[in-house]
Design a protein around this ligand. Structure first.
Ligand code: SF4
Ligand code: SF4
Length: 87
């Protein structure tokens, strides 16, 4: 399940650099998460880094993008393989 950013976001810029998958970007008004790149940080960290660092606690799990641990691990492996190919 990816995470998403609610409209409580204060655009503090803290989450974007801590995402290991570069899934967070500045949207039209607030920061947004690309669900196809978010793995809940699985493969990189024990817990979602954006959630950990967000000062206003506005990054919940997104029920619109339900994925199992195995699916997220597969996504992590695919993203890592893509990164290695592009380097
Ligand atoms: S949970 Fe991890 S991978 Fe997903 S957006 Fe947050 S920092 Fe990035
Ligand atoms: S850390 Fe939280 S408040 Fe700051 S930009 Fe990211 S989502 Fe918004």
């Amino acid at each position: 399940m990816s995470l998403y950013i609610t409209d409580e976001c204060i655009n503090c810029d803290v989450c974007e650099p801590v995402c290991p998958n570069e899934a967070i970007y500045m949207g039209e008004l607030i920061y947004e998460i690309n669900p196809s790149l978010c793995t809940e940080c699985i493969g990189h960290h024990d817990q979602p880094q954006c959630q950990l660092f967000c000062p206003v606690d506005c990054i919940p799990l997104d029920p619109q993008h339900v994925e199992s641990h195995d699916q997220l691990m597969d996504k992590f492996k695919k993203l890592t393989a893509q990164k290695n190919t592009s380097n």
